[in-house]
Design a protein around this ligand. Structure first.
Ligand code: FAD
Ligand code: NAP
Length: 488
């Protein structure tokens, strides 16, 4: 808040009196001291000297990128942070472009891109991967529909890998292929209806996007390409895309935690894979703030069907409200019918990590329980090889245990599932386990069903809790591949 106040004070934070300049690499390198520090992020240069004392990670972290390009470092640590808005007043200018002699082939590819999309099979702009691996697309029409077909050249595609949005005549389709993202980004030439169908031919890797024409007239072209259209680049370089979702219900889970149900726009197609999170974005005191949250199922009962949300898909989020929390307390003020921005899903967890498991151990603290919810539903219904699922759930008090009733019901329903609640601030009446995460608590409860069983241990909670968990488990003899920590 102090930083926000300073940026709004009208003080000249760049030392350039509002001028924007072109910065050469040589110039950037000169500003590499704590009292004169410039950093480049995605081609934009910021004078971060006045921000030094406000940076939560401390001066040392910022100085790692002093006088240099900090994009990679920034992406590794917190790429969801909206630095553009936060550092707006520190913007010095752009990096000066070095003249590049374009080879003949890429010059013609660029002019090709500028042409309107007329149904040819355009090859993607490929960055850092082989051409034969890159998807391509095509389109065709009938009297009443237009179908865009993406040939991903990948077997084992599924609908979770396709994220589609249509807003203000712009069609944006992102197809996730392992660490890469293929993007369709087109201003459509004619209007279409909101209900868009997505079909995925899993075995051949073909994705069909079926658009219903608003007017049944022939289209001369699909539309105009927008930024990064037809590119196939590293997923982390694609940037997060947000759509506006409507809050349709908010229910109490515990004294400080609520289950928020958000309705996605009708034209948006996305499913959040098990173990992944999204980012929520809202304006707090005039600034954009972004925080990660892990969507959950609306129940732990494996036979429970998600309620259908009349005209679209819903996203459930279990969120703890911190009275002094910048973002969560603002979320709590949202009224039914209000809107909030939700990003594409992200995260490194892969379902294939659990497909042939025999033991799954879950280690959660507080809202660190959220990624365990979908995971529990998924493994108990889909993984046939599973013998045991054990949850160790750390909380302060009994009142803090999220979905305790549902967990106890699940213990009765499914013999493979066991849970242990451990409290750090129990009441006198509590006769269960008490204390903090420790090697002895872990080794007591997490026991393989057989000596060489295939096991995965998932950890989630406050960062120091997760780090301690990893350390204790390694000391107990679990290897790196047997441990997955949920982090941003
Ligand atoms: P801040 O303004 O950041 O902090 C204000 C005060 O709140 C702090 O002083 C502290 O007392 C308390 N506080 C804030 N953050 C934490 C914290 N992380 N741990 C302990 N105390 C804290 N939260 C959920 O409720 N549900 C989720 O599903 C969820 N998913 C997440 C997924 C990922 C990948 C990550 C990294 C975090 C997730 N979080 C989740 C945490 C969430 O992103 C925010 O950190 C949290 O909502 C607090 O934000 P805030 O702005 O309200 O608090
Ligand atoms: P909390 O109520 O403060 O704590 C829950 C339990 O964890 C308590 O028993 C607490 O013991 C213990 N604990 C807290 N900090 C610890 C530490 N440093 N070392 C050992 N034990 C510790 O937890 P919360 O407020 O719900 O916070 C949940 C956390 O999970 C947040 O940090 C959130 O960011 C994170 N989270 C991450 C993800 C993800 O995917 N990465 C998803 C959801 C949530 P004490 O009483 O001793 O503190």
């Amino acid at each position: 808040m102090d930083w926000i106040r300073l940026t709004k004070s009208g003080k000249d934070l760049t030392g350039l009196k509002g001028r924007l300049i072109e910065v050469t690499e040589e110039e950037l390198a000169k500003h590499n001291k704590t009292d004169d520090c410039w950093i480049c992020i995605r081609g934009l240069v910021y004078n971060v000297t006045p921000y030094m004392e406000y940076h939560p990670g401390g001066e040392g972290e910022l100085m790692k990128a002093a006088g240099a390009d900090g994009t990679d470092l920034f992406d590794q640590v917190h790429r969801w942070v909206n630095y553009e808005s936060m550092l707006k007043e520190c913007l010095v200018g752009r990096m000066a472009l070095k003249p590049i002699a374009l080879p003949k082939e890429s010059t013609s590819a660029l002019s090709e891109e500028k042409k309107c999309l007329n149904g040819m099979l355009p090859e993607s702009k490929i960055v850092g991967t082989s051409k034969s691996f890159a998807p391509s697309y095509d389109w065709f029409q009938t009297d009443c529909s237009v179908t865009v077909v993406v040939y991903t050249k990948q077997k084992g595609m599924n609908s979770e890998m396709v994220i589609l949005d249509y807003e203000d005549s712009r069609l944006r389709g992102e197809i996730i292929i392992r660490d890469y993202s293929y993007l369709l980004n087109i201003e459509l030439s004619n209007a279409v209806q909101e209900d868009i169908a997505v079909h995925v031919a899993e075995k051949v890797g073909k994705v069909e996007i079926v658009l219903k024409k608003k007017d049944n007239i022939p289209w001369k072209k699909l539309g105009q390409p927008l930024e990064s259209h037809n590119s196939f680049i590293k997923r982390t370089d694609q940037g997060l895309y947000y759509r506006k979702c409507k809050l349709i219900s908010k229910t109490e889970v515990t004294h400080d935690t609520r289950l928020f149900c958000l309705l996605l726009p009708q034209s948006t197609h996305f499913q959040v894979p098990v173990g992944q999170h999204v980012y929520l974005k809202q304006i707090v005191t005039g600034k954009e703030v972004v925080k990660p949250y892990t969507p959950v199922s609306c129940s732990l009962q494996t036979h429970f069907k998600e309620p259908s949300c009349h005209d679209g898909a819903c996203l459930f989020l279990m969120i703890k409200i911190y009275p002094s929390g910048l973002f969560s307390s603002e979320l709590d003020r949202l009224q039914i019918g209000d809107y909030i921005y939700v990003s594409n899903p992200e995260g490194s967890f892969q379902k294939c990590q659990v497909q042939t498991l025999e033991d799954l151990f879950l280690l959660a603290a507080g809202t660190g329980f959220t990624p365990m919810i979908k995971l529990l539903n998924y493994v108990l219904t889909n993984v046939n090889s599973l013998w045991t699922v054990k949850l160790m759930f750390f909380n302060k008090t009994e009142d803090d245990i999220l979905w305790r009733d549902q967990l106890e019901q699940l213990i009765l329903q499914d013999k493979r599932f066991e849970a242990q609640f451990i409290l750090s601030e129990p009441s006198k009446e509590w006769n269960g386990k008490r204390g903090k995460i420790s090697s002895s608590l872990l080794s007591e409860f997490f026991k393989r069903s057989k000596q060489d069983s295939k096991v995965l241990i998932c950890i989630c909670g406050p960062a120091p809790f997760t780090e301690q968990g990893e350390r204790f488990l390694k000391d107990l003899g679990y290897c790196k591949e047997e441990i997955h920590s949920f982090t941003a």
